[in-house]
Design a protein around this ligand. Structure first.
Ligand code: M6R
Length: 615
């Protein structure tokens, strides 16, 4: 849940590290720090707050010279966010300096042992313990830094991506990973270290992603050396050529990443089905499914695990898979699933959905299901992410980098992938009529244009936001395919505007939430024509008769709900199955505008981080 950046080479490290940290701020933004080796000494600046605050502090308080440095942007786990707890951390001698993303679970016992040996600690962090453990090992064993890191890591329990260097040997950085991502960019006699490739993409396209339990020594003038942390086995680096480009990770004229990503959805959905959906030939081609078709056709059931927005996409998939392919589906929060004792058989398929591909609970659920014999399929956005690597097969969403903490295009592209899978399986199983199948393919192909049309409602949504921006609560209702959309709308509002919001299946309103309705309560109702329309109309009437304020998302040309609602936002007509791809858009825009009007930080909401790599 933190972002790490390192540089060693012939350029000035400071601008590379600061810019890199800004790109990684989505991973954590409660404090930040940087260390630069100026040829003689380390210069360190750390501060509570954002990377921008760090920049101010560094430029007035330290020398920003140096061709070697490390930087960190933090989402606190151990110790409150303050200057002292910010990374980098020095060892007691001041020789070693470390940055760390993850948690060292047994840090207390290690700390106690080190205190007995005379070590002093200045912060509350597990990271300061780790760097001192490395120092102690180095001293006791008389070994070099790389070996000391390896021995120390074999004593710790937890998760980490670390980078550490020794000021007395400033030609190398030692890095290691277990459970937190770490990429090494390889340039001409220079190396970049980062949590993902975004900090170095303008300098090099060549990168190595460390696997779990691997470490590397990056030394100037030498080839990169990889080893297994456990047994020292040599690993030959798999140098990848990155496809990422700079434009994808910048705001491109939008005020916020979230808005950019909302507007990218027509393109993103197209990229998701490009090469997979061949509507004119009536074919869906997906390597991960094609190669494992028998498994899918013979599956007893599909278990979907995910967190947050990805879990909502899983709920939509439950409706689609059961409806079209007639395969029983269970959707589980990964964090619950991994800690109970679920019945999993070899004929179960587990589908893990994750934008980042790094969510700790989802990763742990995958590992458990694999141990119990299930076949695991991943739906991820980030190429080469831990979940993408851990699964038996999978399909990328190809949404492009999602940087806003509030997930938007990840959701619609996940639904697109899952719809393709469901349609393919339905066709293979013969659970869908041929003509219906073809209609779906054509309809899905036309969705990006309909999303584009839906985005045109933005000015109207801005006006609605103005009316409700000061609300304290908001209720979201939907039925069938649009029940998960109601949940997603509520999540979007609460996470970026801090307004309390609840999503409910519309009919459940009578079983409790209706008591909340009064003239102060905005209720967002998704009431598209094909989704149990008449029933939703009754729900809208029930809200109306209790003076609730109704914001309805309806199908173009709607009459009944339009007559009852205070505000209506129209989306184009589509098949009921595909409506979530359209109805989600106004809800994303509504939360965006409300958050903005309330002065909230849309891209970096408080207490959150983009990828939750801790439990
Ligand atoms: O990267 P993942 O899809 O695994 O992330 C799961 C959740 O943390 C994520 O969807 C979160 O709920 C978003 N901030 C919601 O907008």
């Amino acid at each position: 849940m933190c972002g790490i950046v390192g540089y060693i080479g012939h350029r000035d490290a400071y601008p590379i590290i600061i810019k890199g940290l800004q790109r990684l701020e989505y991973r954590g933004y409660d404090s930040a720090g940087i260390v630069l080796f100026d040829g003689t000494e380390n210069n360190l600046a750390k501060t509570k707050g954002k990377v921008e605050d760090l920049k101010h502090k560094a430029e007035i308080s330290i020398s920003t010279k140096g061709k070697l440095g490390l930087g960190h942007t933090r989402w606190a786990t151990h110790g409150v966010p303050n200057d002292v707890n910010s990374h980098p951390h020095y060892s007691n001698s001041g020789d070693l300096v470390i940055i760390h993303n993850g948690i060292i679970e047994n840090y207390e016992s290690i700390k106690a042992a080190l205190i007995k040996r005379g070590y002093e600690f200045h912060s509350d962090t597990d990271t300061e313990v780790l760097v001192n453990l490395i120092e102690e090992v180095k001293k006791q064993e008389g070994v070099k830094l790389g070996k000391a890191v390896q021995i120390a890591l074999n004593q710790v329990v937890g998760a980490y991506a670390i980078a550490v260097f020794d000021r007395s040997k400033p030609d190398e950085i030692v890095v290691a990973r277990l459970g937190s991502p770490l990429a090494i960019g390889i340039g001409e006699d220079e190396f970049f270290i980062a949590s993902d490739a975004s900090p170095f993409i303008e300098f090099t396209n060549n990168a190595v992603y460390l696997e779990d339990e691997e470490m590397a020594i990056v030394r100037l003038g030498k080839e990169i050396k990889l080893r297994k942390i456990k047994d020292d086995a040599i690993v030959y680096p798999n140098i990848l050529e990155l496809q990422l480009n700079l434009e994808e990770i910048e705001k491109g004229g939008y005020d916020h990443f979230m808005l950019k990503e909302i507007y990218e959805q027509p393109r993103a959905i197209k990229d998701t089905y490009r090469g997979r959906l061949l509507a004119d030939q009536g074919i869906i081609r997906m390597a991960g499914i094609d190669q494992n078709l028998e498994k899918f056709l013979n599956a007893n059931r599909i278990i979907i695990v995910a967190c947050g927005t990805s879990w909502h996409a899983g709920l939509v998939a439950e409706y689609i898979f059961e409806d079209l392919a007639r395969i029983p589906v269970e959707v589980e929060y990964a964090s619950e699933f991994r800690y109970r004792n679920p019945v999993i058989t070899e004929n179960d398929i587990l589908i893990a959905i994750s934008q980042s591909g790094e969510t700790a609970d989802t990763l742990a659920a995958i590992k458990m299901a694999k141990e119990r014999g299930a076949f695991v399929f991943g739906v991820c956005n980030v190429v080469g992410s831990s979940i993408a690597r851990e699964t038996d097969a999978g399909a990328y969403t190809h949404a492009g980098p999602e940087i806003g903490v509030a997930s938007t295009k990840a959701f619609t592209t996940q639904i697109t992938v899952l719809t393709l899978i469901a349609l393919k399986l339905a066709k293979e199983k013969g659970t869908i009529e041929e003509s219906k199948y073809h209609e779906y393919l054509v309809e899905l192909e036309g969705i990006p244009a309909k999303v584009e049309r839906t985005l045109k409602t933005n000015p109207l949504i801005e006006e609605i936001a103005e009316v409700y921006k000061d609300s304290s609560n908001c209720l979201y209702l939907g039925r069938g395919y649009n029940f998960p959309v109601a949940l997603e709308g509520a999540l979007k509002l609460k996470e970026i505007s801090y307004i309390h919001a609840e999503g409910y299946p519309a009919a459940e309103m009578k079983h409790g939430p209706i008591a909340l309705i009064d003239e102060e309560m905005p209720v967002v109702v998704i009431a598209t024509r094909k989704g149990h329309y008449e029933k939703v109309v009754s729900n809208v009437q029930e809200i109306k008769s209790r003076s609730g304020k109704i914001i309805a998302v309806v199908t173009e040309g709607d009459q009944q709900v339009t007559d009852l609602a205070d505000h209506v936002v129209e989306v184009p007509e589509t098949s009921e199955t595909l409506t979530p791809l359209l109805t989600t858009i106004p809800l994303q825009l509504l939360s965006y505008h409300i958050a903005l009007m309330r002065g909230c930080n849309v891209d970096q909401p408080r207490n959150l981080a983009k990828s939750v790599t801790v439990e």
